[in-house]
Design a protein around this ligand. Structure first.
Ligand code: UD1
Ligand code: CA
Length: 497
């Protein structure tokens, strides 16, 4: 906690957000970059290290409260039964703290739940300025290209902040002002409580406006200040889904810039999307159309994309992932995934392991250097180091009721088109024959063969498919004496490496 740590941060999030046109999802639970809007507000507030962080909820409050309990269990919830204005909402928050025996003594920061681009750094500037000036209240202002809908900052002849007038209550002259109220403030807690007690509802919306506290405090002789945000986009409020997409784009550009400055090559920023919690090391390369979600982490020199969607997945140093979807997977260093692979929760690839083309892996471990190169499903399995699973293999893990494990040892070579009917174990160094349905354990070093014997009926096509192109080709081959020798194929394993 720094010297400027506020006593409380209050996040206002009781409003309905009707313009989102979202009947069941409150506005502040819409997400961008892997975090809800209110989650962004709470995370920024947390950066101030407040003693208490209170979120005022109202509309669909059970949903908002449940979400907050998940993302930040230390958040206090204050319920505003009726949305009677921003001033009323702050009063509800202070009262709920007092009821819990936590009267506020010190700075109180008020922010809003629908301003997800607000950074901790901007809040720190606000609080530092508030303290340095000894203000009763300091508003975070911004000069915006389009002030429609915002409260305007009124300044006196000396340039000091005099009041805030809401758009709906402003005169034509006031509407021309482009310096607006972000809805974010730092207050002296005691003065805030005094000013809130004096709020009226004599305005166009019949609400208790938090913004009226500025005029009240100024009239009582207290210092009222403003900090103008360096980047007006920081205070972009989300009211509809168009603004949500715009904010998402701005945040993504910021996240990509930070990554590039840290040594990540982003081949196509327009089609590369990062969530806020994604981490990376230098010399990562991101190819086009790559989306990294949740707590995905990328080790040094890892190369991801094109066309990848990774969620909560770790990618080891020097790994290569192309055209793949992964969810809660662990991709080891120098491992290779894709093109066209699907790693599901619990897929764990050790160093230099490979999940190749049209391969799906779930809840399974591939040991160091183990390979599943082509067209396979590996679920609930363990594949030992250095083993190779032949093309088109399936671990038959589900009996319709329960899931069972397949264990394949180290340095095995299993044949193409194998079904491993779990539970089943293949010992170290064992081979299995192509086309086998492996229902019994294969001992270490053995060759497991489990398939019908082939028999060839000589001359069948010419007799039974007379007049077809096949029959003509067969006749020509017979006349030329070029048919294959009868008998079994030379290699039963067909490991499809
Ligand atoms: C508010 C400000 C305006 C500012 C703008 C910035 C007031 C009176 N106006 O206007 O000066 O430019 O924000 O975006 O403060 N809320 C509650 N309970 C309520 C009312 C609102 O919790 O009773 C919450 C809302 O959920 C929202 C925030 O407070 O997160 C702001 O409310 P909103 O109705 O969006 O205010 P604006 O009209 O945008
Ligand atoms: Ca608003």
């Amino acid at each position: 906690m720094s010297a400027n740590s506020p006593a409380a941060v209050i996040v206002l999030a009781a409003g309905e957000g009707t313009r989102m046109k979202s009947p069941s999802l409150p506005k502040v639970l819409h997400t961008m970059a892997g975090r809800s809007l209110v989650g962004h507000a709470v995370a920024a507030g947390r950066e101030l290290g407040p003693e208490q962080l209170v979120v005022v909820v109202g509309h669909l409050r059970e949903k908002v409260a449940a979400h907050l309990a998940e993302v930040d269990p230390a958040v206090r919830i204050a319920v505003q039964q009726e949305q009677r204005g921003t001033g009323h909402a702050v009063r509800v928050a202070l009262e709920s703290l007092a009821e819990d025996g936590l009267p506020v003594d010190g700075t109180v920061v008020v922010t809003v739940g629908d301003t997800p681009l607000l950074t901790g750094a901007t809040l720190r500037t606000l609080v530092a300025e508030h303290a340095a000036r000894g203000n009763g209240v300091t508003v975070l202002a911004a000069v915006v290209p389009d002030a429609t809908g915002y409260g305007r900052i009124l300044r006196d002849g000396d340039g000091a902040v005099a009041a805030i007038v809401e758009h709906a209550d402003a005169t034509g002259e006031q509407l021309a002002i482009t310096e607006i109220n972000s809805g974010v403030f730092a207050f002296d807690g005691k003065l805030l409580a005094e000013a809130l007690a004096q709020l009226g509802t004599d305005n166009s919306q019949g609400e208790e406006y938090l913004t009226d506290t500025l005029e009240i405090l100024r009239a009582a002789g207290h210092r009222v200040g403003a900090v103008v945000a360096a980047d007006h986009r920081d205070i972009l409020g989300i009211n509809d889904r168009v603004q949500l997409a715009q904010a998402r784009r701005i945040l993504n550009d910021r996240l990509l810039e930070r990554a590039m400055r840290a040594g990540v090559t982003v081949v196509d920023p327009a089609t590369t999307w990062l969530d806020v919690e994604v981490t990376y090391e230098p010399d990562v390369v991101l190819h086009p159309n790559t989306q990294l979600h949740g707590a995905t982490s990328l080790g040094e020199g890892a190369e991801v994309g094109p066309n990848c969607t990774l969620t909560d997945t770790s990618v080891g140093a020097g790994a290569r992932v192309s055209n793949a979807t992964a969810d809660r997977a662990e991709i080891g260093p120098e491992a290779s995934v894709g093109p066209y692979a699907y790693l599901r929760p619990g897929a764990r690839l050790a160093r230099r392991a490979k999940a190749g083309t049209y391969v799906e892996i779930k809840n399974s471990e591939l040991g160091e250097g183990a390979k599943v190169p082509h067209l396979s499903y590996i679920g609930d399995a363990e594949i030992g180091e250095g083993s190779n699973v032949g093309a088109a293999s399936v671990t038959v893990n589900y009996d319709g009721v329960n899931k069972h494990r397949t264990v394949i040892g180290a340095h095995c070579r299993t044949g193409s088109d194998n079904m491993f009917v779990a539970p089943v174990t293949v010992g170290d160094g064992a081979y299995t024959a192509a086309g086998s349905v492996i229902t019994n354990d294969v001992p270490a070093g053995a060759l497991g063969v489990a398939r019908g014997q082939q028999r060839n009926i000589e001359g069948w096509v010419e007799r039974r498919r007379e007049g077809t192109t096949s029959a003509r080709a067969a006749a020509a081959a017979r006349e030329a004496g070029s048919g294959p020798a009868a008998g079994p194929g030379a290699d039963v394993t067909g490991t499809g490496a």
